[in-house]
Design a protein around this ligand. Structure first.
Ligand code: 2AM
Length: 184
C-alpha cells in the first residue's frame, strides 16, 4: 500500500523494567555479531501488529485505544518469564516470555483484536497470543547462543498502551508513538 503506515499496538513496560531487560540481553548475548539488540527505550510487548494501514486509520485506532482504558487499567502483575527463541524452529528473535497470571492481558488482547478487526481491513493471527518482549533480532543464517543466564525475576504493570508507527531503516526499525493511553 503506497503512503501507508506500518502500525502496531503494544504495551510499554515501565522504564526500570526495560532497563533491566536490556541489561540482561547485554549479558546474555553481548556484542554477538549474530544478533542486533533492541535499545531499552524501544522495548515493548506487541498486542496487535497491523501491518500497512492508510494514514486515515490513525484516528479510528486512537479512539479505539481510548475505549480500552478500563481493560488496560486491570492489567497488572505481569511476570517476566523464561527466555524464548521465536519462532522456536527457526528463531529470528530472542525474547522473554511474559506471564499473565490472572488473564487480564489476554482479555485486553482479545478485545483489542476483535475491535480492530471490526474497524480496519485487518485480521488477527490464528496463532495463540503468546505475550513476550523481543530483546534482540537475529541476523539470518546465524547460530543462536546455547546457554543463557536466568532472566531477572520482575513483575510489572504496563505503563502505557500505545499505537506505534514502525519505519524500517537500514540500521533497524524505528518506532514512533502516535497515540497512547494514558495520553502521551
Ligand atoms: P515482536 O513483538 O515479536 O518483536 C513491530 O514490528 C512489532 O510488531 C515487532 O515487535 C514485532 O514482533 C511485531 N510483529 C508481529 N508480526 C510482525 C510482522 N509480520 N512483521 C513485523 N513485525 C511484526
Amino acid at each position: 500500500m503506497s503512503g501507508g503506515l506500518r502500525l502496531f499496538v503494544a504495551a510499554e513496560p515501565p522504564e526500570a523494567v526495560r532497563d533491566e531487560l536490556a541489561l540482561w540481553a547485554r549479558r546474555a548475548i553481548g556484542r554477538s555479531a549474530a544478533a542486533r539488540r533492541i535499545a531499552a527505550e524501544s522495548l515493548h510487548l506487541t498486542l496487535c501488529f497491523l501491518g500497512e494501514q492508510p494514514p486515515a486509520a490513525f484516528e479510528e485506532i486512537a479512539a479505539l485505544l481510548e475505549s480500552m482504558v478500563e481493560l488496560f487499567f486491570r492489567v497488572e502483575d505481569l511476570a517476566v518469564g523464561a527466555p524464548a527463541w521465536l519462532p522456536p524452529r527457526r528463531p529470528r528473535v530472542l525474547a522473554v516470555e511474559v506471564g499473565d497470571p490472572d488473564g487480564t492481558l489476554g482479555a485486553l488482547h482479545a478485545s483489542l483484536a476483535r475491535e480492530l478487526a471490526a474497524s480496519l481491513a485487518w485480521q488477527p493471527r490464528h496463532e495463540r497470543f503468546r505475550p513476550h518482549i523481543t530483546l534482540a533480532r537475529m541476523r539470518p543464517g546465524t547460530e543462536r547462543a546455547r546457554e543463557l543466564p536466568p532472566t531477572p525475576p520482575l513483575a510489572f504493570t504496563p505503563a502505557a498502551l500505545t499505537l506505534f508507527r514502525s519505519d524500517l531503516e537500514p540500521s533497524g526499525a524505528v518506532y514512533t508513538p502516535l497515540a497512547s493511553i494514558p495520553p502521551i
